[in-house]
Design a protein around this ligand. Structure first.
Ligand code: BG6
Length: 470
């Protein structure tokens, strides 16, 4: 849609940036922290582990002061469950509470709104050893952990996010560490895990409204629109299939307390449906989000697939949504889109389309909790990072978000990935996303000095002008 008049960003728009605990903090075993699945998982050969990361744990004051200089109105970070409960449950580790309490105070001192994710891929290893999310006990432990967060930090936090990218944990379980290899049907087990997570999330959202009535809470999946390869109606149906399996399955339960009918039909037919009791349905109905947070990086494009197709996912339960599934959809290359050096598609129009779809379907205010460009940044001899490519990427994405606002979508914040350089999920520190460079290499920690990138100065002006100057 083109308009005669375009809208601006709302006055109190939450411009900010994001990180996650295990990717930025380091101090993986300090002050009583227990190990998470990220500390115990196999690291991609040739890349660093998460032991030191960006050393944010020790340098958070310096980092938040830089975020303030950048102009952040919000900082989205996650709490490491294993700092609060080293084993996932049991005794509270007071040092963990103290760290996050200080971190939040530091944000508040600069008028930066803390946006707190409760769980970002770092399940306590002790819980994982007892079956992880396959074991309903993990849901209980999560609800208890959330209660402690509300009770101990709740008076200072206005925005909570429950679970980061639950859909990616299910659709890429093997990569993120949620696959339980001890079960006979890994894929079915993943959907049961998903159901337990959804139940836990609903209970936590309800609890938030009871314990912290001033606060707002929402889920934080990775959502992206799926395109049909052609105008062949069969391709369109395939796109609807993946949209349901990838996106709506998760958000429909969070918002409406029921499974998307198409996704449920698929799960039942393939023998993957979780056990859903009447009591579960009650719990799901009672937990309501106040907003939707989502992470957006790129879209998918798919074509029709028949039951005779050779497309199949790998057997270890990692579903590899990039590949397809016979009788459901076949992933195809989208020749209209450019790609990053890490082969991720760049699609700002897809961002606008995704924002429209989510708002049309749920009608809840939206905050973007991740979006950004992972690149091999280079530190020049003059100690500069000339990341014009990141500026161009973000400029186009922010422009698309502004157009979505003109489309009537209610967006109240933008926290790109990442506020500062951190360790990528699978590609080490060489894949950088931040506005602030952290001077370390994959295996040489150097001095971890912070250096403002060119994108820092650019984003600072974007925030200063409330998105008018891009
Ligand atoms: C999101 C995750 O999926 O993408 C982040 O929430 C992650 O944890 C980000 O770092 C970028 O992915 P990657 O693999 O490039 O680090």
């Amino acid at each position: 849609m083109e308009y005669n008049n375009y809208q601006s960003f709302p006055k109190d728009f939450l411009w900010g940036g994001s990180t996650s605990a295990y990717q930025v903090e380091g101090a993986y075993n300090e002050d009583g922290k227990g190990l998470s699945v990220q500390d115990t998982k196999e690291i991609t050969p040739g890349t660093t582990d998460f032991k030191v990361a960006s050393d944010h744990y020790h340098r958070y004051k310096e980092d938040i002061s830089l975020f303030s200089e950048l102009g952040f109105k919000a900082y989205r970070f996650s709490v490491a469950w294993t700092r609060i409960f080293p084993n996932g449950d049991g005794e509270i580790n007071e040092k963990g509470i103290e760290f996050y309490s200080n971190l939040i105070d530091e944000c508040l001192a600069y008028n930066i709104e803390p946006i707190v994710t409760m769980y970002h891929f770092d399940l306590p290893d002790q819980l994982n050893q007892k079956g992880g999310w396959s074991n309903p006990y993990t849901s209980e432990a999560f609800v208890n952990y959330a209660k402690v967060l509300f009770e101990r930090l709740g008076d200072k936090v206005n925005y909570w996010l429950t679970i980061n990218e639950q859909n990616m944990m299910i659709l890429h379980g093997a990569a993120i560490g949620t696959v339980n290899k001890k079960v006979s049907n890994v894929k079915k087990d993943l959907y049961q895990q998903n159901h337990y997570m959804l139940l836990a999330q609903a209970r936590v959202m309800k609890m938030c409204h009871q314990l912290c009535p001033h606060a707002k809470i929402g889920p934080a999946p990775n959502i992206s629109e799926v395109y049909p390869e052609t105008s062949n109606p069969k391709d369109f149906l395939a796109a609807q299939n993946l949209n349901s399996i990838r996106n709506w399955l998760y958000l429909d339960v969070a918002v409406y307390g029921r499974y998307d009918p198409l996704a449920l039909a698929y799960l039942k037919d393939r023998g993957l449906a979780p056990e859903i009791t009447d009591e579960d349905l009650e719990i799901l109905k009672e937990g309501k989000p106040d907003f939707i947070a989502f992470n957006y990086y790129n879209t998918s494009t798919v074509a029709y697939s028949s039951m005779e197709d050779a497309v199949v996912g790998p057997e270890d339960g990692d579903q590899q949504i990039e590949l397809g599934e016979k009788g459901v959809y076949k992933a195809v290359y989208n020749s209209y889109l450019k790609r990053t050096n890490f082969n991720w598609e760049i699609d700002p129009d897809g961002f606008r389309a995704t924002l429209r779809s989510v708002y049309q379907r749920y009608g809840l205010p939206i905050i973007i909790t991740e979006n950004g460009l992972g690149e091999y940044d280079e530190l020049t001899e003059e100690k500069k990072i000339k990341d014009q490519y990141r500026i161009e990427y973000l400029r186009d994405e922010i422009r698309a978000m502004k157009l979505a606002i003109s489309d009537g979508v209610e967006v109240f914040g933008f926290c790109p990935w990442s506020a500062i350089d951190l360790v990528s999920t699978h590609s080490g520190i060489r894949k950088r996303y931040g506005f602030i460079y952290v001077d370390r290499d994959e295996f040489d920690l150097k001095n971890l000095t912070r250096i403002k990138k060119d994108s820092f100065t650019w984003y600072q002006n974007v925030i200063r002008t409330n998105g008018e100057e891009l």
